[in-house]
Design a protein around this ligand. Structure first.
Ligand code: A3P
Length: 337
């Protein structure tokens, strides 16, 4: 064995010991997918994501032009990925031979959350086009201050969604991805864990509030969207995205129907019709991946009505009301409505 190889193995051993010590010290809970969750800086994270957070915090080298898509799981990330990429690159690619058709929404730009065994976060890749787009489910306070500080120049698009629809979407996602050898989880279990905040990247409400407050402090750096608003007027949101990302829609583009074209290209109907989203696969770690079709289900507002009991609805609306009451933000219905 070469000296270099021995050094690498020694380093890996030390890192493993350090990680084992870190995990032993953190509060721990059962995760809904497969791995246990650890409470790190206020967020419940599985090990490979927790290590990813530390890696990002230590090593990520931002560029002032970087744009991040930030979201909690199941709030519309796949949709926003498509909209951001297509809007930003609308003059670069022909819609009939487009990266979205070949790679799918998750293949068009990287997620920075997952621990990279290379030792460096994925964002250090030099070959991404400019401005670089990244996606992350990390809470605002977990992201490195070097990028969240408005002086960094980095921008964020955030999307939130009615938590009642998020929990339903999450349950279906877990059903699709949980290893078959584990016992299935019931909707009641997922609902309880979600309300307690103990699901991957949870608590949901703290996640939303972190970005909401930051968006108020720096509206030019954080664009805050609600899934329901995009549903009711996708074209208006394409225009907002274009403006925010520094590539406003021109009068000529508008007259030529570009906004409508982008909205339709990224619509649920179009994305689900693509072969890449029926058969494609996203590699997450060397041992784990997610089939693209798992990111699509119904794509509707209010599907919670066919899953939540009256008591569940009241419980989750009460949490939302209590958590957001001083923030000026409303999502989903409040107990009074
Ligand atoms: P449902 O499970 O309610 O259908 P994420 O991308 O953050 O994982 O969120 C997934 C949710 O967004 C799923 O919600 C999925 O169906 C929906 N979705 C995916 N693509 C969409 C699109 N183009 N338009 C609207 N909703 C979409």
């Amino acid at each position: 064995m070469s000296t270099n190889q021995r050094d690498i193995e020694e380093l890996e051993k030390i890192q493993q010991q350090q990680h084992a010590q870190l995990f032993a010290e953190l509060p721990r809970a059962v995760g809904l997918f497969k791995a246990d969750l650890y409470l790190y800086q206020g967020s419940w994270l599985p090990p490979h994501i927790l290590l990813g957070a530390m890696q990002l915090q230590t090593h990520f080298k931002h560029r002032s032009t970087d744009i991040f898509l930030s979201s909690f799981m199941k709030t519309g990330t796949t949709w926003l990925r498509s909209l951001m990429f297509t809007t930003l690159n609308r003059s670069r690619f022909d819609f009939s031979d487009h990266p979205l058709l070949r790679y799918g929404p998750h293949g068009c730009f990287p997620v920075v959350d997952v621990y990279q065994s290379t030792g460096y976060p994925i964002g250090d890749s030099e070959d991404l086009s400019f401005p670089r787009l990244f996606a992350s489910h990390f809470a605002h306070n977990v992201l490195p201050a070097s990028i969240t500080d408005p002086s960094s120049g980095c921008k964020f698009v955030y999307v939130c969604r009615d938590p009642k629809d998020v929990v339903v979407s999450l349950w279906h996602f877990i059903l699709k991805l949980r290893p078959k050898e584990l016992p299935p989880v019931s909707f009641d279990q997922v609902f309880k864990a979600f309300c307690e905040g103990v699901t991957e990247y949870g608590p949901y409400w703290d996640h939303v509030l972190g970005f909401w407050k930051a968006a108020h402090e720096s509206p030019d750096k954080i664009l805050f969207f609600k899934y329901e608003d995009i549903k009711s007027d996708p074209e208006a949101h394409v225009k907002k995205l274009a403006e925010f990302m520094g590539v406003p829609i021109s009068v000529q583009e508008e007259d030529n129907g570009m906004v409508k074209k982008i909205a339709e290209f990224c619509s649920f109907e179009h994305l689900t019709s693509l072969e890449i989203n029926k058969t494609g696969f996203q590699k997450i770690t060397s041992e784990y991946g997610i089939p693209n079709h798992a990111f699509f289900r119904r794509g509707e507002v209010g599907d919670w009505k066919s899953h939540l009991t009256k008591e569940m609805k009241e419980q989750i609306d009460r949490i939302t009301h209590d958590k957001l009451k001083d923030s000026g933000l409303t999502i989903g219905a409040t107990p009074e409505s």
